[in-house]
Design a protein around this ligand. Structure first.
Ligand code: 13P
Ligand code: SF4
Length: 361
């Protein structure tokens, strides 16, 4: 089907369903999809939007699987369900293959096994588990049950401070880079941050001393998109464009993050560019669709993509007009597809960890 036809059909369903339908979109979505979203945001803003939705009965999430799970948990938390006399908000992910490769790097049985293992060496009652929101709901539930919390890239530091007010150490998963970059900014040293490799048999590949001396135990996970930005790219841009500013997402490796002028969530990246004077030069290290959109929206500034190779989130990209149209038309016909529903027990404990996050200022 041609794009014009898809757009016409998507628009028709949106008009018909009115404010009972909320289409949320992450900043990494392709422009064609972004045009059909009601609200757009970074992971933190999107969870707030899902948590505060009042009129909608369906959220179509143009993002990835963990975001749709989070929306389901927050939109259907007990007080919201009560206010709707038990009626659930349905959350739909237009393509079930839109996952997150980083989230897939930590499975609940691996995290539980690691927790058990480290309890041979340290007192896990004094360890606060922190999961990046880019994780399965089961990991959020693990944090809820064990006095832990969820973080996003926009509040990671405040969340780590919250955790250190309550324990001696943090077990941070699945993104080692966000955990390391944030903790380094708080004065914790690399030596105090052993990396836990779930595929190593003994203590995630560490000796007892490393775990005993740790302040933050980092899970060996990463984002395949952000690991493509390298320190030599920063050096090349600085040499070729004197005065250029480097703006990156904290999922980038330490070597890149340390060289950047500004590091922050997708929301912060957008705000930083918006608020800068005309003529500012940027090399931006985050997903390609967002950087291209910023380039188009800010012709008064000079915006470059920080890597010479294409770094795009292939799973986000799976959400396209045909999938959006298909899921919306099925919804209207009463044959909804791709509904994301987190089991009651997992949702209950995930909510504990998510509400702690939403309460952190
Ligand atoms: P934000 O939390 O900055 O939106 O990032 C989400 C993400 O998946 C980045 O890779
Ligand atoms: Fe996951 Fe990386 Fe894609 Fe973000 S950019 S959704 S962390 S794979």
């Amino acid at each position: 089907m041609e794009s014009d036809e898809l757009i016409r059909r998507i628009t028709a369903v949106r008009e018909e369903l009115g404010d009972t339908l909320l289409i949320l979109g992450h900043h990494y979505q392709q422009d064609q999809v972004v045009e059909h979203t009601d609200l757009r945001g970074d992971s933190y803003q999107l969870s707030q939007m899902a948590a505060s939705s009042d009129t909608c009965r369906t959220i179509v999430f143009c993002g990835v699987h963990f975001m749709a799970e989070t929306a389901d948990i927050l939109a259907n938390r007990p007080e919201k369900l009560e206010s709707r006399n038990g009626e659930r908000v349905r959350v739909i992910l237009p393509d079930m293959a839109a996952g997150c490769s980083m989230a897939d790097m930590a499975a609940i049985d691996q995290v539980e096994a690691a927790w058990e293992d480290m309890s041979d060496v340290i007192d896990t009652d004094r360890v606060i588990p922190v999961t990046y929101i880019n994780s399965a709901a089961s990991l959020k539930a693990f944090c809820g049950k064990h006095g832990g919390i969820v973080c996003t890239s926009s509040n990671a530091r405040a969340v780590l401070e919250w955790a250190f007010d309550r324990g001696d150490r943090v077990f941070f998963f699945p993104d080692q880079h966000l955990g390391r970059n944030t903790a380094l900014g708080m004065g914790i040293t690399e030596q105090q941050m052993p990396v836990w490799d779930p595929y190593q048999l003994e203590l995630g590949g560490n000796d007892e001393r490393a775990i005993e001396d740790s302040r933050v135990i980092l899970w060996k996970g990463h984002c395949s998109v952000h690991q493509m930005f390298r320190p030599e790219h920063v050096a090349q841009f600085r040499q070729r464009y004197p005065g250029i500013k480097i703006l990156v997402h904290p999922e980038c490796p330490r070597e890149v993050n340390d060289l950047a002028d500004v590091s922050g969530s997708t929301g912060l990246i957008i705000r930083t560019v918006k608020e800068s004077p005309a003529g500012t030069k940027w090399a931006i290290g985050t997903e390609l669709h967002l950087v291209n959109r910023l380039k188009a929206e800010h012709p008064e500034q000079e915006i470059h993509f920080l890597s010479p190779v294409i770094c795009m989130c292939a799973t986000m990209y799976r959400i396209d007009l045909p999938h959006l149209c298909w899921s919306l038309e099925n919804l209207r016909e009463g044959t909804p597809v791709n509904t994301i529903e987190v089991s009651e027990e997992v949702a209950k404990w995930s909510l504990v960890a998510l509400e702690r996050m939403l309460a952190v200022k």
